[in-house]
Design a protein around this ligand. Sequence first.
Ligand SMILES: [Zn+2]
Ligand SMILES: [Zn+2]
Length: 294
Amino acid sequence: MSKRYSDIDFKKTLGSIPKDVVEQLQEKEAIQNQHDFVCLCEGLQEGVCYLCGEKIEHIDEKSPCMHWFLASSIKKKTLMRYLSRPLSFFRVQTYLRWVANSDKPFININDVGADVLDNKLHESTIRYKNLEWSFSLGNTDFEGHYGSKVGNCPHYHIQIVRDGYTVVKFNDTHIAFEPIDFLYMEMIRQNAVEVDPSYEAGLESLNSPTIQEAIMDNISVVNDVTKAQFWTRTLIDPSTIPENFVDEIRELKMIHRDLPMFKLIEVLNELKGYNIQYAVVNVPANSPDKIHRK
Ligand SMILES: [Zn+2]
Ligand SMILES: [Zn+2]
């Protein structure tokens, strides 16, 4: 099951698309993303879901929607039924990352990749206000737990914490993937696409100065996790942030994956002659801690 799409050479396939077409598509997507992210931010401020147009607290079993992840009025039974159907790992991740970024960019997501735990393909914790979603995807999840009654098909696990209380435990549910997930997974496995989770969701929109003003306070905060899982926080003075900062940092991050944010800023200051002001502090105790599945 997990070997689905593996007979496609994605590098070759994607490489065969003319460059100008790719650029056009990317530009279109960036504009769409920016528009969607603004809608999501504006909607959340009004307590409205930008996907279905309903209030966040509105739960209609006939039309399930990802805003159910945010609704505090949702009954556990309803939520469990929602999670018992296939639900795209990438769509849910992107949605929740956007939600987290709508609050305070960068600080609410904690990722640890497969390089930290050999048996894990993915682990992350996303936090928004009083809510915290942790994802766990191990090799045996992706292959399906062999011989077991539940979870024998490819799935991932989620833990949902609200107000410090665990509403859904990792073992409560085995969420089946949607076909799009297998496609993405295979593209990532083949290194045909670049995925940098800490920088994807909603960040395109940060290039827009009005959004930057709207969502950045006097200071921007960026968390870095090293392989040893020590955290540093880089505080950036937004008045010293150049126009193309997000793009340039993203490019640097692709080259220097292991460098923490403040090092990237040093490189950028040196390379481009910028004068981005920053400070580095240790992690406060209440930062979003990584939750490991037991
Ligand atoms: Zn909705
Ligand atoms: Zn599992």
